[in-house]
Design a protein around this ligand. Structure first.
Ligand code: SF4
Length: 632
């Protein structure tokens, strides 16, 4: 049977409802599955916007699996985060494997994460010998099936125990047969479907295509996040206090290995040099993020970090020379190689920063603390050319999908941001939900503009009155930490019977898990809380969007990109800031209604949506049918 016929049969209302309890046929899902099947068979690029409730995951997994199975090919599915990756692997894939397996079609699927997410047993042994690992971690290491450090009893272990190519002994490693990363790679090589995250996909793209096994087709889910991840992957940064930590670590290793007094003295001198630099730079740089064009002492900063880079490189190269002379493969020597590698990488970022490449945005960030925290960052101005040349030529067929690809019905912005080829098809699949029935949008007019002196006071009055009327089961989405923290402090005092789960006080997944079970819960966040949070059912009935989510024009990257848009003859507001804000707004709005049973109210505390001309772009990007009330 042809792939398209198989898809028609699989998604026919009668066949799925027989094997999936409670399944309701969805036209959007069938259309999407057909489109994915078409890309699988014919190649090309397709942008598929599927509103909430369409059932996108099933719609791309089934045709991908059938195509890979029939053609003995491999399809890579990329999701935006590791937790979404886990969700596809642990929830959606087993279902598809069961459904297709019942028809005698058994396919292999695997998850692959970045290398340093996996426990390296060789490093573990060395760390245990040095007394660097607690017992609970060792116990976990004995039990873990996949060695995914995210499941370890402690966070932040990848630096100490993660698999790294610079460290890996390869074929001469005594643990090779058991190696978690090697096994994950092998599973991926044997699989028809490989589920990855955007970070790994983009690292594969820039690292000469060595991060993933060969594949024939690509599905990018949550494609609206691809550009942001590309900016992270292609950007570079160096934290001075991190380099200091590396030097301290190398000193400990040097003493254990008897590296010789000369090298130990070099490290001691470098430690002093880094500390002096920190103090000197602290005097030159203001608190927070500061772009190069705002730095009064830019020349001095550049000179200082260029000299610092040379000093670091000199010591690191001496360390490399020592390692070469030893010719040893012992674990401690490998750790020295890692530390030296980190120093060299840091030195190169600092030198690049000091050189100031034209195509990159540069800024520094300073934070208060016992040891001053100063970092230097470089991020490319745009990634569309790299993505356009790399991503869409990597394989013959690519599907980009998300619930939010368009702005006021147009995909022009995402096309340009990702360098999508001209011939790519566009498919719009509306949500299956009845928004007219399920949700009400209330715009509160009386909150003044954020820069007004009365803003904070009126904002708090409105938030209090919403919580008084609606109680728990609320999600408050802010756009600035400072405003969020100020509001939470007051609201906690005013509503002692409500439990506030606030971003930054615990990990996002843990906060969401607890909030879900608490009818008196109020979940509060900025930025990442506007998307990727799935709260179906009774636990969420009130959503408050405190402000339209425009990026801060003071942010160095935003300011530089705005200038870049201007230089290209475009309007930075209309072509960049507005569409980006609309996409985030649509994501935020989408948190409330996740199933056909969900009901609730969205409060928008920003009257610009009514008063400004651009407000209609936000409103016309909402799902059709949403009823709006305006209150004071
Ligand atoms: S093969 Fe490499 S990554 Fe795997 S355990 Fe050995 S050293 Fe670690």
């Amino acid at each position: 049977m042809e792939l398209m016929e198989l898809i028609e049969e699989f998604f026919s209302p009668s066949s799925l409802s027989q094997v999936m309890e409670g399944y309701e046929a969805r036209e959007g899902q069938r259309v999407m599955a057909r489109e994915v099947a078409r890309v699988m068979e014919e190649g090309g690029v397709s942008l598929v916007e599927g509103g909430t409730g369409v059932g996108k995951t099933l719609a791309y997994l089934v045709p991908s699996a059938l195509f890979a199975l029939e053609g003995d090919a491999r399809v890579v599915i990329s999701t935006s985060t590791k937790s979404l990756q886990d969700q596809v692997v642990n929830k959606d894939l087993p279902l598809v494997q069961r459904l297709l397996g019942e028809g005698g079609r058994h396919f292999l699927a695997a998850a692959l994460k970045g290398r340093n997410n996996y426990l390296c047993l060789h490093r573990l042994k060395a760390a245990v010998e040095r007394g660097k690992v607690d017992r609970d971690v060792v116990e976990w290491a004995h039990k873990t099936v996949h060695g995914d450090l995210e499941t370890a009893p402690k966070v932040g272990l990848s630096h100490l125990l993660g698999s790294r190519w610079e460290y890996c002994l390869g074929k001469s490693c005594g643990y090779r047969e058991l190696c978690f990363y090697q096994r994950a790679w092998k599973r991926a090589e044997e699989a028809h479907l490989v589920v990855v995250n955007h970070h790994l996909l983009l690292s594969h793209l820039v690292a000469e295509k060595k991060g993933l096994p060969f594949f024939e087709r690509l599905i990018v889910d949550e494609a609206h996040r691809l550009e942001r991840t590309a900016l992270e992957v292609l950007g570079e940064s160096c934290v001075i206090s991190w380099l200091l930590r590396q030097v301290q670590g190398l000193t400990g290793l040097g003493l254990a290995l008897g590296m010789g007094t000369d090298f130990l003295q070099d490290l001691e001198d470098l430690k002093g040099r880094l500390s002096r630099s920190l103090t000197f730079l602290k005097g030159l740089l203001p608190q927070g993020r500061v772009a190069v064009w705002e730095m009064e002492a830019l020349e001095e900063v550049e000179e200082e970090i260029s000299n610092l880079s040379l000093a670091i490189e000199e010591v690191a190269l001496r360390g490399e020379g020592w390692l070469r002379r030893q010719g040893e493969e012992a674990p401690l020597h490998r750790e020295v190689a890692l530390g030296v590698g980190e120093l060299l990488a840091g030195a190169r970022v600092l030198e690049k920063w000091a050189q100031g490449p034209r195509e990159m945005v540069r800024w520094a960030e300073t934070r208060r603390g016992e040891v001053p925290w100063i970092s230097f960052h470089l991020v490319p101005l745009e990634v569309s050319s790299i993505l356009g040349e790399g991503l869409f030529t990597m394989v013959d067929g690519v599907v980009l999908t998300s619930a939010t690809l368009s702005v006021a019905g147009s995909m022009a912005h995402i096309r340009e941001a990702l360098g999508v080829p001209f011939h790519a098809r566009e498919v719009f699949l509306p949500s299956e939900f009845d928004y007219e029935e399920q949700v009400r949008l209330v715009v509160v007019r009386s909150v003044p503009p954020p820069l007004s002196p009365a803003y904070q006071e009126r904002l708090l009055e409105v938030l209090s009155s919403i919580l008084r009327e609606r109680g728990g089961g609320a999600l408050l989405l802010f756009t600035a930490y400072r405003v969020m923290e100020g509001a939470v402090e007051v609201l906690r005092g005013e509503f002692p019977h409500l439990n506030f789960y606030v971003q930054g006080e615990e990990g996002r997944d843990a906060l969401v898990r607890t909030f879900r079970e608490d009818p008196w819960g109020v979940l509060v966040g900025v930025e990442s809380f506007w998307e990727g949070i799935d709260l179906p059912g009774e636990c969420l009935k009130t959503l408050v969007l405190v402000k339209l989510p425009f990026k801060s024009p003071q942010d160095p990257l935003v300011a530089a990109r705005s200038r870049w848009y201007q230089e290209q003859g475009k309007d930075p507001f209309t072509d960049y800031l507005l569409p980006e804000a609309v996409l985030v707004f649509r994501q935020g709005f989408g948190r409330l209604i996740r199933t056909k049973e969900d009901r609730g109210v969205v409060y928008l505390l920003d009257s610009r949506v009514l008063d400004k001309g651009y407000g209609r772009v936000f409103l016309s990007s909402l799902p059709p049918g949403v009823k709006m009330d305006v209150v004071e």
